[in-house]
Design a protein around this ligand. Structure first.
Ligand SMILES: Nc1ncnc2c1ncn2[C@@H]1O[C@H](COP(=O)(O)OP(=O)(O)OP(=O)(O)O)[C@@H](O)[C@H]1O
Ligand SMILES: [Mg+2]
Length: 509
């Protein structure tokens, strides 16, 4: 067996106005987990799209040698025929199709020209077992959580007889438990001889699972470090990524906490379709001016459901309870009502609720507060550019101009646009749902600084996060949620990971 399964040499890829890959080389050994690290916009996803034929031969410069042969893939199918499968950063299952249909989509099991449903479902069931998913193949993909969707994507890859599996931030949307399951699975695949390329911003995971890490910065390979010896620290990787030492992961802050801004009392929310199911059960939550309140909970605890139901009843049915703004009851039955009361919700799901990906940066930034740009009922386009340009600079959004379509930005830069949009709407209460998901360490620091700045301006901030270190790093007070019930409230001085975890895993009495 050759030592290298893959060699990419001096890869260059240019988009109009952006040199995404300037000179990247990557050598991947057989049967290893090879991690790729780098800041948002460094070129990681682009490199993998070059490898998998999303950007076909001829649209990039440089050479790819795979299994000892030069390859020139014309499209994804072409690379799949060679056993290369990519699972993209944005999950792509069709929500209305069953899990089995998704697994074999584009690769249907057929017999005499008809889809062989028995084979489809039984083989899907076997693949689901292989990835450790206890799920009927008939389940609609839209009805399962992101963690499970990610595993279905892997099952789909396995159905294609994958030899090189590319995972682009597979655990970005996953909680610790699901992430661990997925990483174990990746480790198991390695033991079966499947090589994995793993892109991740979670350095602890990289250290736990990867054999080797290649660091990319500004479209160039910086270095490749071997991790199996165990003497490469997270700080060492960060140094490679950002080109300098990053002393603290969380900026310092002196909280200045004022009066209560928002209080939610006895908040109960039922499932949108299964009306008898209680998703949030009598929650009481409050946040004061200048305060950063965290909501911690395991996947499925109801964190997003709580936030979205408060934000204009955008989740759930049969919602009861009262929302008070500065002590007075208010109605937040629609999104526009919630916005008019100064509530903003920046979502974890950028694609679905946070951004309009076919619009440019400036349109997205102005979207929640068009009235601030209105001139006799028309949006003042010049002003819009000026405002968006301010955010592009202050948030350090990597794009050639504010006329760049947001769909073309890297994941982390899309997240900065979402934050800009809600900052421009100048809310009193800002609910941030996983604000740093998929964001590199350097940009995370910038986002924490922005959150601090908002609190210092007297805004009330609620932050949902799956990362306990982050919750502990920036919040003043933390609620824990388990199965739709608030199970604990801890001030930062009393908080530590063990206490939070205890509350987060409490059974309902
Ligand atoms: N289709 C495209 N058109 C124009 N520019 C693009 C396109 N895709 C990526 N870019 C640009 O190329 C650069 C590299 O982007 P890429 O998505 O590869 O970054 P990344 O390292 O995956 O970042 P992240 O960690 O945020 O996902 C960025 O500046 C991005 O804006
Ligand atoms: Mg990416």
């Amino acid at each position: 067996m050759p030592e290298h399964i893959l060699q990419m040499r001096q890869i260059q890829k240019t988009f109009p106005g952006v040199k995404a890959l300037d000179n990247v080389s990557l050598d991947v050994d057989h049967g290893q987990v090879h991690a790729i690290c780098g800041e948002n916009g460094a070129g990681k996803s682009t490199l993998m799209k070059v490898l998998s034929g999303v950007y076909p031969y001829g649209t990039y410069d440089g050479d790819i040698v795979y299994e000892d042969r030069p390859v020139e893939f014309k499209d994804i199918r072409d690379s799949e025929k060679s056993g290369i499968v990519i699972i993209h950063q944005e999950l792509a299952l069709s929500p209305y199709l069953s899990v089995a249909e998704n697994i074999f989509l584009g690769n249907e099991k057929s017999r005499r020209g008809l889809i062989d449903w028995d084979a489809t479902n039984s083989e899907a069931a076997a693949l689901l077992t292989r990835v450790g998913l206890d799920l009927s193949p008939h389940t609609k993909a839209g009805n399962i959580g992101v963690g499970q969707q990610q595993l279905v994507e892997i099952a789909k890859a396995l159905s294609k007889e994958v030899r090189l599996l590319i995972l682009d931030e597979p655990t970005a949307a996953l909680n610790d438990e699901d992430s661990e399951h997925l990483l174990q699975l990746v480790g198991g695949l390695r033991d079966e001889g499947i090589t994995c390329i793993l892109i991740s911003h979670k350095l602890n995971e990289i250290r736990a699972i990867a054999d080797v890490v290649t660091i990319i910065r500004d479209g160039k390979t910086i270095e490749t470090l071997r991790l199996d010896g165990g003497d490469v620290s997270e700080d060492r990787i960060i140094k490679g990524m950002v080109g300098r030492d990053l002393e603290n992961r969380y900026p310092a802050r002196e909280p200045d906490i004022g009066d209560e801004v928002l209080r939610v009392e006895d908040w109960t929310v039922h499932h949108p379709t299964e009306h008898s199911r209680v998703v949030i059960d009598g929650a009481n939550v409050s946040v004061r001016a200048g305060e950063i309140v965290g909501i911690a909970g395991l996947m499925g605890a109801g964190r997003t459901e709580l936030a979205m139901s408060i934000f204009g009843h955008s989740y759930g049915t049969n919602i009861s309870g009262t929302v008070y703004k500065r002590g007075k009851p208010i109605s937040t039955k629609t999104v526009s009502e919630a916005i008019s009361h100064g509530i903003a919700y920046a979502t974890e799901d950028r694609k679905k609720y946070g951004l309009n990906l076919i619009e440019d940066i400036k349109r997205n930034v102005s979207a929640a507060a068009l009235d601030k740009l209105a001139d006799n009922g028309w949006v003042d386009g010049d002003k819009e550019v000026v405002v968006a340009e301010e955010y592009r600079q202050s948030m350090n959004i990597k794009a050639s101009s504010v006329a760049t379509v947001t769909g073309k930005l890297s994941g982390g830069n899309q997240q900065k646009v979402v934050l800009s949009k809600w900052m421009f709407s100048d809310p009193d209460v800002l609910i941030l749902d996983e604000p740093t998901r998929g964001i590199d360490v350097g940009a995370k620091y910038e986002i924490y600084t922005i959150i601090h700045r908002l609190a210092a301006q007297g805004k009330a901030v609620i932050m949902i996060s799956s990362e306990l270190p982050e919750i502990l790093g920036i919040c003043d007070r933390i609620y824990t949620l388990a199965e739709g019930t608030i199970t604990g409230e801890v001030t930062i001085d009393d908080a530590n990971p063990e206490i939070l975890m205890q509350h987060m895993t409490k059974d309902k009495d």
